[in-house]
Design a protein around this ligand. Structure first.
Ligand SMILES: [Zn+2]
Ligand SMILES: [Zn+2]
Ligand SMILES: [Zn+2]
Length: 248
């Protein structure tokens, strides 16, 4: 049998690789110079053929590799099918929704970006209305959750779990958290989901959350993750429900 090392080829251009080469998270090998010339998938980082970084900058839509494009979520019916078991799953963590029926939509980029009435994440959006009485919020209602179309299934499920965090916060009138804490809480749920998958995709997206350099999402997650390690997830939920803020 031939030594597999001796016949390593580039996953992008199929050139034979000798000496140094790039190794992706997914175990693919690439020519070194693709790091400078080739575009990569917006979702998983794999290199995408026939698209240079210059082309990529001109494009508005995210770039999807074949692996991510296969089975990507493009319609509401697919999103609803994936969302229902996720609602059941967050409830097993104690994140109990008051109202489980709300509109779920999958939108193209223009529609997604122009949609108003909620907190916009890069890939998902939870829309809500506050019913006021004498300058106080009497009730807060989730009108719906919208997603950007084209996400691969695993990513979609994590983003959906994140949005369910927002849904829970709204439905329990926990509306005054600093943005870093609110996003950190939702990222904590998504991270838990990805970790629980115990597969390569799950680990990839969990790592992306943990290493996110964003001062809102990344720092928020790291703050909540530390807090969870110290007081436990249950205590975080209790404090949010009773005091509308995180435990000290
Ligand atoms: Zn190559
Ligand atoms: Zn991809
Ligand atoms: Zn969010």
């Amino acid at each position: 049998m031939a030594n597999p090392e001796s016949q390593k080829t580039c996953a992008l251009c199929h050139a034979e690789l000798s000496g140094k080469y790039l190794a992706s998270y997914w175990g693919d090998a690439y020519c070194l110079d693709h790091a400078k010339t080739a575009a990569s998938c917006s979702y998983c980082g794999r290199f995408v053929p026939y698209l240079t970084q210059k082309d990529q900058k001109r494009m508005v839509e995210p770039i999807s590799c074949d692996t991510c494009a296969a089975g990507a979520i493009t319609e509401a019916a697919q999103a609803i099918e994936l969302a229902l078991p996720l609602i059941e799953w967050v409830e097993t963590l104690g994140v109990k929704l008051r109202q489980k029926k709300f509109k779920i939509e999958v939108l193209d980029r223009a529609d997604f970006l122009s949609r108003k009435g909620g907190r916009h994440d890069p890939l998902g959006l939870t829309m809500s209305t506050r019913i006021m009485r004498k300058n106080k919020v009497e009730r807060a209602v989730v009108d719906g959750v919208a997603f950007l179309q084209g996400m691969p299934r695993t990513l979609f499920s994590g983003v959906c779990t994140h949005e369910l965090g927002h849904v829970w916060l709204v439905q329990h009138k926990i509306l005054g958290l600093p943005i870093t804490e609110e996003e950190g809480f939702c990222e904590l749920l998504a991270h838990r989901y990805y970790t629980g998958l115990d597969n390569d995709s799950g680990r990839f997206y969990a790592q992306r959350i943990a290493k996110n350099s964003s001062p809102i999402y990344g720092d928020g997650f790291r703050k909540l993750h530390k807090l969870e390690a110290r007081v436990g997830f249950e205590q975080i939920l209790k404090s949010l429900l009773r005091k509308k803020k995180l435990p000290l």
